[in-house]
Design a protein around this ligand. Structure first.
Ligand code: SF4
Length: 969
């Protein structure tokens, strides 16, 4: 055996190949390297597992499969009870997964159940009991209990594997050693192993046997004698190899040759880190660097996938990331599991309706609409299904759907139902066509789910169906499937693969203590000291058993870092977030001893707006333009006044300017969150929203109502023509607005809005008759509302009510300051004599609570009532909120017996106290006093340039959460 030592990795390979000269050896790479962008043309290569499979036969070597895990689960549930050492976790799929992984690794390293039992007895005795830290009788007993159980379960598992004719993923490698020793395989003449950090005992035995069978075995191991602390794992591996000829290849000294340029990016938090990296990549792409020339290394790519894909999509950067994800994170699997629960009668009518909206069914909006109309009285899932079938039995459209549901339901509810067969039918029914990457991910997840269920069938069949489905849910939490994000372009790879690839531009992200270097956890089965003692026992016996210690695994970390930074040929970016999950991070200690000079770039949280040189994308430009826009009404911005709260004087000036007209919606935003106010109303940053969101639905409904009232006023509100006019208006709005939605989302929007407008038409007729009011003004504006806010419905109003007043409403505050206000009232109704006015605001969901209004915290109703009072002088004002989604009009009525009778809640409206409340004049005045105090307070905050993010429930609809990083969801 010959070992070549050198660095960096690519140079080591090239130097080894030239030292070996002809014939070229077969290069063997670690398992999992096949899909890497290696760019090593004309070099015969194979990965370790496939190589040995090709020699000894596909069926003789295996990795761990779900069948192995399922057997372990069966065994644990059969042999363990609550009081056993592992009794409490005997049903945990994660425990089974870890246990099987450990057995396989132990077996590959020479340990067997018998050896473990024998060694455990010796370790329990002096002097090894002190080494193992079990020198008290109680600890000793616990040790013997634990190892006894481990050995017993291990033996039982191997026995069951034999009974089920399944290969043992650990022992099969030793059988391959025998085949090589008996010369029953045909080996290549020369082998070269490259990219390995460690080898199992069985791997070394295989190489040794190959050599005995006249195969020339070479190893290229990464090593640099000037940096011994980086390469401790190589020294350990060398000590475990049989006597070998060593060739130390000349290393490229640091500073010699062309060194990559290094840049360290210190960024406020993880999202911002991804943003800074994305901008940097975009900058290089603009300079002509092909995306395939860029690599990103991350410790946990799957964890960062959502974040990276969000930002890369925003910046239009093509990328590929492949990682294993838990099955229960796959949307298709969630739909399948929900279906199983509903078929078993678990859930409510709303769950069926929600499930039937899943995109895999591909229903049209008409279908949804029809489904929404039925079964409103039904409560349970079964009741709803029955009602739905009764209502729709004559409709040919629904016949095949209910036929499929019924067939699946009957099959699932049979006494000994076959979950796998039911699930197979469900997958066949719903599976998407493999047209895009999402569909391929769905299909990969479905395949993994079916394999999982097949493997666990013996266990699942013994459970009642509902328990089996609940257990399947837990299995899906532990079972992984391959998920791919993006296709082509920049490659995102796990750090462990850095030693095999190379690119002109490399980014190494998340360089913080705990992630790189990672703190490896202790083994949950054999702790560090116990491994020490076992290792000492086996060495004393002269047995080849290898039990790597946690401290040894820890020493691989510097080597991984070395591989990552030497993968760059031209430019290397090293980035780290200074905070993570709201806690401070510690930059990786590796950044203190970089082998090359690096430029440091520090990105502050306040630097939300990129410098001009980095404005590469419409999103950045939107930020920058917002910053450059001149201030309204301010001519004398004096930067020297700026306190340290905001680093940008111009921004600060915009915030503190209070000598202007305020819109009511702006004040409500300010009261909720000053940070959101800064971006939305002062910097006017417009962040295009992806997908369908509530604000959009609300805006479309407002627009449809406005159109209907303006264009179809001649129809009586209780006529069918009026109801139809509302729907026509909706269609017109949807046709004229350019909504950035998929066909599917448009269908959902149309179905939802149609339903709400139909409900609206029904109650409008009732209210007109009951209240005796006439709708007179729509979109009545006071002041001059700013139509540039797309999140505000004002932007969609093409013309305000003709009776609108251009002058701002002037409200005198307690400190004597007069505040100028503008706003738009959705609708004003009047009694025929004009003595009673009703100010109505349309709300998609919840209206302000009465307590909020009385406390002066709900600005809109109070200020609108004041503005209407000032303009029309009605004797009484009713404040109303038409809750579109809840189908009711909540009202606050002044204390007047006649009005209270007129506006009382009807039985059809639900709880009377939630629908109608009396607001005596004294309370209203008190509320307005508090409102003035609150507005004074807000103006003070503005003058102090306070822009602190204030998270709360409102974050759910905020477009700036990825800027403030404080959102709560
Ligand atoms: S996400 Fe929440 S905390 Fe952040 S700006 Fe929006 S509302 Fe404020």
């Amino acid at each position: 055996m010959r070992v070549f030592l050198g660095s960096p990795s690519r140079r080591l390979l090239q130097a080894t190949l030239s030292a070996l000269s002809e014939p070229a050896p077969l290069v063997v790479l670690p398992t999992g390297a096949a899909s890497l962008p290696l760019r090593l043309p004309n070099l015969p290569m194979m990965e370790w597992h496939s190589f040995w499979q090709s020699l000894v036969g596909q069926t003789r070597l295996t990795g761990v499969t779900t069948a192995h895990l399922a057997l372990c689960a069966e065994l644990c549930q059969h042999l363990l009870n609550e009081t056993d050492y592992f009794g409490k976790v005997r049903r945990s799929p994660r425990f089974h997964r870890q246990l099987v992984a450990r057995w396989v690794e132990w077996r590959q390293n020479g340990l067997t159940p018998e050896k473990l039992e024998q060694a455990a007895q010796s370790v329990a005795q002096p002097p090894l009991n002190t080494v193992a830290g079990i020198d008290s009788p109680a600890l000793r007993e616990e040790w013997l209990r634990k190892t006894g159980e481990l050995a017993m379960l291990w033996r039982g598992w191997e026995q069951r594997l034999r009974e089920r004719r399944l290969l043992d993923p650990g022992a099969c490698w030793w059988e391959a050693v025998s085949l090589v020793q008996w010369r029953q395989v045909s080996l290549p003449a020369r082998l070269l192993l490259w990219g390995f950090h460690d080898l199992h005992a069985v791997d070394i035995a295989l190489l040794h046997a190959a050599e005995q069978a006249n195969c020339e075995v070479n190893l290229a191991l990464l090593y640099d004698p000037t940096l011994p602390e980086y390469f401790a794992p190589v020294q350990r591996l060398l000590a475990r190899l049989p006597p070998a000829t060593r060739s130390e290849l000349p290393n490229e000294p640091h500073g010699a040759g062309r060194q990559p340029m290094g840049v360290v990016l210190s960024v406020a938090d993880s999202l911002r880190e991804a943003e800074v990296v994305a901008r940097q990549i975009l900058h290089h792409l603009r300079q002509g660097v092909p995306p395939e020339h860029i690599l990103i290394f991350l410790r946990q790519p799957a964890e960062a996938a959502e974040r990276l894909s969000l930002l890369f999509e925003r910046y239009g950067i093509p990328f590929t990331l492949e990682a294993q994800q838990p099955l229960n994170r796959a949307p298709f699997v969630c739909v399948l599991l929900d279906a199983l629960r509903l078929l078993l009668g678990k859930g409510f009518s709303s769950d069926w309706l929600e499930w039937l909206q899943n995109p895999y069914l591909g229903f049209t909006r008409e279908t949804h609409h029809r489904l929404m109309q039925i079964g409103k009285q039904a409560r349970t899932a079964d009741e709803w299904l029955e009602q739905a079938q009764r209502h729709l039995q004559a409709a040919p459209l629904f016949e095949p759907i209910f036929a499929s549901i019924n067939a699946l339901r009957d099959r699932l509810r049979q006494p000994s139902s076959d979950l796998h067969a039911t699930l197979t039918l469900l997958v066949q029914w719903l599976a998407p066509r493999p047209e895009d990457s999402q569909a391929q991910n769905d299909l990969a997840a479905a395949k993994a789910l079916l394999e999982l269920v097949r493997a666990y069938m013996p266990l699942l069949q013994r459970m009642p169906p509902t328990v089996a489905v609940a257990y399947l849910d837990r299995l899906c939490d532990a079972e992984l499937y391959p998920h791919a994000w993006g296709r082509g372009g920049v490659r995102v790879l796990p750090l462990e693969q850095a030693g095999l690839v190379q690119a002109p531009l490399v980014f190494v992200m998340e360089l913080i203590e705990g992630i790189l270097p990672r703190r490896h956890p202790d083994d949950p089965f054999l702790r560090e000291l116990e491994r020490h003692a076992l290792q000492a026992f086996f060495e004393g016996q002269g047995e080849v058993v290898y039990l790597p210690l946690r401290s040894e695994r820890q020493r691989v970390e510097p080597m991984l870092f070395y591989e990552a930074i030497t993968a760059a040929t031209e430019q290397l970016y090293l980035s780290y977030p200074r905070t993570m999950e709201n806690g401070e991070t510690l930059p990786s200690s590796y950044l203190q001893r970089l082998p090359m000079p690096c430029e440091q770039r520090f990105y502050r949280l306040e630097e939300l707006i990129p410098p001009e040189s980095e404005c590469l994308h419409p999103y950045d430009l939107a930020l920058a333009h917002a910053q450059q826009r001149p201030l309204e009404g301010s001519s004398n911005a004096d930067p020297s006044d700026a306190p340290e709260r905001l680093t940008l004087p111009r921004t600060r000036q915009r915030v503190i300017d209070i000598d202007r007209v305020f819109s009511v919606s702006e004040l409500e935003t300010l009261a909720r969150c000053p940070f959101q106010h800064l971006f939305r109303h002062r910097l006017r940053v417009r962040i295009p929203r992806r997908g369908l969101h509530l604000t959009q639905i609300g805006t479309i409904l407002h627009a449809a109502l406005r159109h209907a009232y303006r264009q179809h006023r001649h129809h009586p509100p209780d006529s069918p023509e009026w109801a139809q006019a509302l729907l026509d208006s909706l269609q017109r709005v949807l046709n004229t607005e350019s909504l950035d939605l998929t066909h599917w989302q448009l269908q959902v929007l149309h179905a939802y809005a149609t339903r709400l407008l139909q409900l609206f038409a029904q109650r409008e007729a009732r209210y007109r008759q009951q209240f005796g009011l006439e709708a007179r003004h729509f979109e009545w504006a006071f002041g001059t509302p700013d139509p540039s806010d797309p999140e505000d419905e004002v932007a969609f109003i093409s013309s305000f009510d003709p009776d609108s007043v251009p002058g701002a409403y002037r409200l005198t505050l307690d400190n004597g300051r007069v505040m100028r206000l503008c706003g738009v009232v959705d609708r004003i109704d009047f009694s025929p004599d004009g003595s009673v006015a009703m100010v109505t605001d349309y709300k998609l969901t919840r209206s302000p609570r009465r307590t909020e209004i009385e406390a002066g915290l709900a600005f809109q109703p109070l200020l609108y009532a004041l503005a209407v009072k000032a303009r029309y002088s009605p004797e009484r004002i009713v404040i109303a909120f038409d809750e579109l989604a809840h189908g009711r009009r909540v009202r606050l009525v002044p204390y007047d017996e006649g009005l209270i009778r007129r506006f009382r809640a009807g039985e059809w409206e639900g709880s009377p106290s939630e629908v109608m409340a009396v607001l005596p004049q004294s309370r209203l005045e008190q509320a307005i006093t508090r409102l003035r105090e609150e507005l004074c307070h807000l103006l003070t905050l503005l003058q102090q340039a306070t822009v602190t993010p204030t998270p709360g429930e409102h974050c759910r609809r905020c477009a700036f959460s990825d800027l403030c990083r404080k959102a709560v969801h």
